[in-house]
Ligand binder design. Sequence first.
Ligand code: CTP
Ligand code: MG
Length: 554
Amino acid sequence: KLGKLRHRTPEETPVVATERRMKTFLLCGMDAEVNTRKKTFTEVQTERREQAERTVLIKCPSRVNEKKLLQYLSSHGKINSHFFFENRGIHALIEFSEKSSVASLQDVVGIPKAVEHHVVPFKSRLFTFTLKNPVAKTAEETPVHLSRQSHIPVNELIQKLHQADSISSQMYILLNEYQLTEENIKLRFLACSLVQDFARAYFPDSTVKPFGSSVNTFGKLGCDVDMFLDFRDTQEHAAKMKKGPFEMEYQMKRLPSERLATQKILSVIGDCLDNFGPGCMSVQKILNARCPLVKFAHQPTGFQCDLSVSNSIAIRSSELLYIYGTLDPRVRALVFSLRCWARVHGLTNSIPGTWITNFSLTMMVMFFLQKRSPPIIPTLDQLKELADEKDKHIIGGYDCSFVSDLSKINPTKNTETLDELLCDFFEYFGNFDFRKNSLNLRRGKEVNKPESSPLYIWNPFEQDLNISKNVNQPQLEKFVAMARESAWILQKEDRTQRMINKEPWGLAALLIPFGKSNTNKMRRTKGMGSETIRSLLDSLKLSNASNLQKAVGK
Ligand code: CTP
Ligand code: MG
């Protein structure tokens, strides 16, 4: 077992650390969430979806006059918010306060001439702003502020981490740089809403909702948008209305299995997006997968999208993670750092394979936090006990109920710093008996593995599924070796000396690849870790910094 050396700057008692953590947290623009009641997942989702329906996207000339644009648009109604961003040219996202403003704008804009462009008549919410007489550059015309839609490269991040005074603050700096911004979230909901406009041409009562890391509080700038086509609202309506002797037939076709229905629906939507979807490129139908989906690039927003059909269990895991991520600020900080660490060391990859996924890694972090003493987050069984009638969800025979009101969950008494948690995470999983044990988040306990998959993480809702079934033995071993190496680096580095020498320390030292020779064996020889880092630093100076960026970029 690795020794337990703790690193804390001399003045940093747990209380000081917590205070500073909260200060950093407030600086991260999350203050609204601290003092007011935390919204439930459904409240946030409903609000964001409704907001997206009142929103349009406008392609602007490179020298756009912000005042003129807003002036022109306000003739269609009040504008609630707007921002500009760069994505193959400047775009403006405009959120009107009323949905009718969108229709008003659609009514007055020109449609390209059919003879020239062979247009398919579909009124989208994507516009191009052109002025007949582009204004001359006047002194008062200032360039518009462009909202950032991607995170900084990892080498720049490592530089920033120098300024911190503890690993905790390094982790909050990383979180602040990588987490989704308010603007990016709006853009993600807009992408779903634009696809919904399309889906509704076929299925008027359908809704397109985001799930996964776009909404579970663990999304990183640049991650894909997972969205699903939901007919649940229609089904609920149908269930309520079942009165009298009639059954609706005219818009329903019966199919022998749900899977076949899903495949057929996705097939038409996929074709529709491919042929007529404005800005939908590289549409790929992957209908034979366990969870059939359509992949496409949504050019106007710049997102890579995965569209599937009503995946109620996946939306429950998104909500569960939302609760965990919102309960305590340390949760997201730890997950973001570990996701970044895993990416740098090639433990995760944006293409599917035998490696650990971000989702599995996040579940491992949640399990670890359930196992702290006292626990930082509750088990799923505890959340289920707090559920009331409206939280009841039985999906496909599985009880997926848990509390939605965050105020019913008692805050944790655990005051450990992130410095401690990061190091202990590596130590915990560096020594975990993966051969014998599996991770059960429902009970917050290790339990005997029910089958021989190298890594077994119980799907919290479908208890007979392993969410990390794809992971093979070499990938798991690589993870364990990296965790051990990282624990070792954190425990033995002379932090003060490294700070003085302006060498990467703490989290920064972990975000530099350790070198191939380390992946299959654990190094415990004194001095080895820092040598590794020094040689890597040298290679970093020599090699193009963008290589590292490639290594972490999704
Ligand atoms: N999911 C699941 N079981 C799996 C894989 C995925 O239930 N074995 C669900 C989870 O709700 C997950 C969502 O599908 O959040 C989307 O999967 P994925 O895109 O792989 O993960 P994300 O959480 O979105 O993470 P990333 O940022 O890597 O996209
Ligand atoms: Mg995803």
